[in-house]
Design a protein around this ligand. Structure first.
Ligand SMILES: [Zn+2]
Length: 313
């Protein structure tokens, strides 16, 4: 959604594939619901759509490819996403005379843990006269929530139903409001001063906080913990901007010492840490922005401290 808003003044073709991990070819109902949602979004913001049916995900023998190399712990996010899209859209690009494929970033410069979804990989792909562009890598998840909220508030964009839920096969295009992606997005919208209920999340802020506290009592992956830290630090830094009742509801989250949350994929994360400057030497056309924010590096400093602390804390 953030990437769509970022390029809303361009003529966009929203391309979605039936056959991705969260829209399996065997599940026609999920696909119907996803297609309808994309059509509604395109109509809401004045863009066109194109849909692909492909077994590009399902023909892979996952139990084999996932164990091909210890350096690729999950084949999909280390070898397929992004690159796979370039192949999928090629026929559409020729047919519709498109010029560039925007791939919405999943992470940012501040989160320097490598998979195949980053500007150095995506921006290196060329086919015919077409380009692939990794979009908004300067933004964290929270920055994107801020960007969407501001676009709706200041530029008059219609508020979108933001579909983020990781349980699409169960909930279709409704957000479950209980998984890590739903919880992060609700708190991010709150941090952005927006009302998450207006963006497709049908529970109260108090419930979102309570469920987040429950999630954070158990071991979680490093990436969602990183984003919870980004939210907590940003709200604390801007605490005067929030109403008393909002702060009261957020208090359990703001008081939670996130450095003590158990991280379940420490070994993999430590191995995947990179210095983006090394990649710049390989792909010099991708320039690391010079105006990256200290306050965001602080998130990474704190989060990586959580990686290094003993389990017994
Ligand atoms: Zn969910």
């Amino acid at each position: 959604t953030s990437s769509l808003f970022n390029h809303n003044d361009e003529s966009l073709l929203l391309i979605t594939a039936w056959g991705q991990q969260d829209t399996p070819l065997s599940d026609a109902e999920s696909w119907k619901s996803r297609k309808k949602h994309v059509e509604e979004v395109a109509s809401l913001y004045g863009h066109d759509t194109s849909f692909i049916k492909s077994n590009y995900s399902e023909f892979l023998n996952w139990p084999v490819v996932n164990f091909l190399s210890p350096e690729l712990p999950a084949w999909r996010i280390y070898a397929v996403d992004g690159i796979g899209w370039a192949g999928l859209v090629a026929p559409i690009f020729f047919a519709k005379n498109c010029s560039a494929l925007y791939i919405a970033s999943a992470n940012s410069w501040y989160y320097s843990y490598i998979d195949c979804i980053n500007p150095f990989v995506d921006n290196s792909i060329r086919f015919g006269n077409y380009r692939v562009l990794h979009d908004q890598f300067e933004c964290t998840r929270l920055d994107k929530a801020l960007f969407i909220a501001r676009a709706c508030e200041k530029k008059g964009f219609k508020k979108p139903h933001i579909k983020v839920c990781q349980f699409t096969s169960t909930f279709g295009d409704i957000n479950c409001c209980a998984c890590k992606k739903c919880l992060l997005t609700m708190l991010e919208l709150c941090a952005a001063g927006a009302n998450h209920r207006e963006y497709g999340f049908n529970v109260s802020l108090a419930t979102a906080v309570k469920r987040s506290m429950h999630l954070l009592r158990r071991p979680i992956d490093y990436e969602p913990l990183w984003h919870f830290m980004d939210i907590q630090l940003t709200i604390k830094r801007n605490i005067k901007k929030y109403s008393r009742s909002t702060i009261a509801k957020l208090t359990p989250f703001l008081k939670r010492n996130l450095l003590k949350v158990q991280i379940r994929n420490t070994e993999q994360i430590v191995k995947s840490k990179v210095d983006w400057n090394d990649f710049s030497k390989i792909v010099p056309s991708v320039v690391i922005p010079s105006d990256l924010l200290d306050e965001k590096w602080e998130v990474e400093r704190r989060a990586s401290a959580a990686l290094n602390r003993p389990w017994s804390l």
